[in-house]
Design a binder for this molecule. Structure first.
Ligand SMILES: Nc1ncnc2c1ncn2[C@@H]1O[C@H](COP(=O)(O)OP(=O)(O)OP(=O)(O)O)[C@@H](O)[C@H]1O
Ligand SMILES: O=C(O)[C@H](O)[C@@H](O)[C@H](O)[C@H](O)CO
Length: 165
């Protein structure tokens, strides 16, 4: 099996992709990439205004990250991308059949995620959008799935060990 070079931490908003992803990237001596930074400004404005994105909104965002992944696969050290990747079709765009791309699905009880989102003060994503994300989530059956009811350091260490990084 090809060792993962791009690890995509996926899951609904507020599940901890950024927090855990930064720690995982640091632990493996790799790079961290923030999926939120690839959105066109109109997407961010839409979400900040309380409207969920649709497939058309997400298309340019996914294409931009897929292009990035093509470059990151050439890096010497692994890259960790925080990206919701909620639907199977989105994951197909991101991976593009390329070896070396691995998905890790962060999962948790909706109440726990909602509480963490409510406590977060530095993010455009309103907690009211969590149900829409849970509604469209297509959980992968071939990804490493990790429950978020532990601290971020422990989660990052567990993911690192289970991916053999
Ligand atoms: N394992 C954890 N234990 C406790 N708090 C956590 C944990 N993971 C994340 N948090 C906190 O929960 C909030 C949401 O985490 P974070 O912003 O990393 O999620 P995200 O999945 O990247 O969100 P989004 O998709 O909306 O960008 C943050 O305030 C973060 O500090
Ligand atoms: O697919 C989507 O609707 C978006 O990617 C959102 O998930 C946000 O970018 C992100 O999670 C910020 O909270």
């Amino acid at each position: 099996m090809t060792a993962a070079k791009v690890i995509i931490l996926m899951g609904v908003c507020g599940v901890g992709k950024t927090t855990v992803g930064r720690k995982l990237a640091a632990a493996v001596g790799g790079s961290f990439e923030e999926g939120d930074a690839f959105h066109p400004p109109a997407n961010v404005a839409k979400m900040a205004g309380g409207q969920p994105l649709d497939d058309g909104d997400r298309a340019p965002w996914l294409a931009a990250m897929a292009a990035g992944i093509g470059q990151w696969l050439g890096r010497e050290r692994p890259t960790v991308l925080a990206c919701s990747a909620l639907k199977a079709a989105y994951r197909d765009v991101l991976a593009g059949g390329r070896a070396g791309v691995a998905f890790v699905h962060l999962t948790g009880e909706p109440d726990l995620i909602a509480r963490r989102m409510a406590a977060r003060t530095d993010h455009y994503m309103p907690p009211t959008l969590l149900p829409s994300q849970l509604a469209i989530l297509e959980a992968p059956d071939d990804a490493l799935t990790v429950a978020i009811d532990r601290g971020p350091d422990e989660l990052a260490a567990d993911i690192r060990r289970r991916l053999g990084l």
